[in-house]
Design a protein around this ligand. Sequence first.
Ligand SMILES: Cc1ncc(COP(=O)(O)O)c(C=O)c1O
Length: 376
Amino acid sequence: MMNNKPLYVTQPSLPPLEDLQPYLEMIWNNKILTNGGPLHQEFETRLAEYLGVEHVSLFTNCTVALITALQALRVSGEVITTPYSFVATAHSLLWNGLQPVFVDIDPDTFNLDPERIEAAITPQTTAIMPVHCYGNPCDVDRIQKIADVHGLKVIYDAAHAFGVKRNGESILRHGDLSVLSFHATKVFNTFEGGAIVSPDAKTKRRIDFLKNFGFADEVTVVAPGINGKMDELHAAIGLLQLNHVDEAIRKRRDIDMSYRVRFTGLPGIECLDVPKNVEWNYSYFPIRVKPGYRLSRDELYNELKKQGVFSRRYFFPLISDMSMYRGLPSAAMANLPAATMAANEILCLPIFPDMTEADIERVSHVLMNEATTVLE
Ligand SMILES: Cc1ncc(COP(=O)(O)O)c(C=O)c1O
């Protein structure tokens, strides 16, 4: 019998409910709800250990963390970034009164193309904000070289890059700051949440002031900071989730492999290459729907939807096509051919740890069927 239950692009992983009870009792007993309480401190420490970094600042979400990261480094003028991301990347620039300058992506990695960065630098450029798209590491070495030559800061939007390592080392150790998302849709979630990874204690301290209204102590406010503090309840969820994240990533890897086996040789469907020398997090399963496939990307998206499978066009439309950005000179389609093509071809299929073989079969069946049947 056909299963009509909606199958979404993701389904959040949750720790066993009974494991939360002791934390709730702790919070209710000590009446510390936020402002860097004991669970917040413990989660920061354990998270840094897990990620293989030294300095982590927890936040309410990634967007506020991105806005704060730009403040912390006193970024001004123009910032080079990718149009192929979630809107929050560029929105964080507008919230700081900064001008996004869109640079095209590398068509193979979907990340900012380092070859094209230098041509976009002007006397007003002060920073680069790349995204490790789908957890695929950016070319961090080349980006750093360009930043060093031109005296620019690098802030990675690492919303997709939880736990990703390159050559055995955390990808979050690159650039001046890296910013994570723990949103419900991510590999690791605290319902809502985020963090900034800093290279040194001094930078972390400034960020911690900024996320608490700018307070350095009871009577000293050093900057117009924001309220970006993660509370105790979310920190408790984070602590519990850490116990399960390795298993969640392993399950994602198996699903990724299962899809690849099924799609091998399917004309017009291309899977992304698994990045080399990388411990990946399998956060998304993007496919490219090429002209060799019987349906267009949007037709396939609609066909899946008709059958209760809710894939997502991450990332379509491009940020540069949105009304608040499209007037920028760098937003012109002619400047962004690879990103434009990616936005028209990509489809992210469901992937989440509790996905069953039957779920994978259900998604694959639609793709295979549509490859061979003639449309009415
Ligand atoms: C690349 C990217 N940046 C930023 C964000 C914003 O994260 P948050 O929802 O935690 O604010 C997201 C997703 O939500 C994202 O995918």
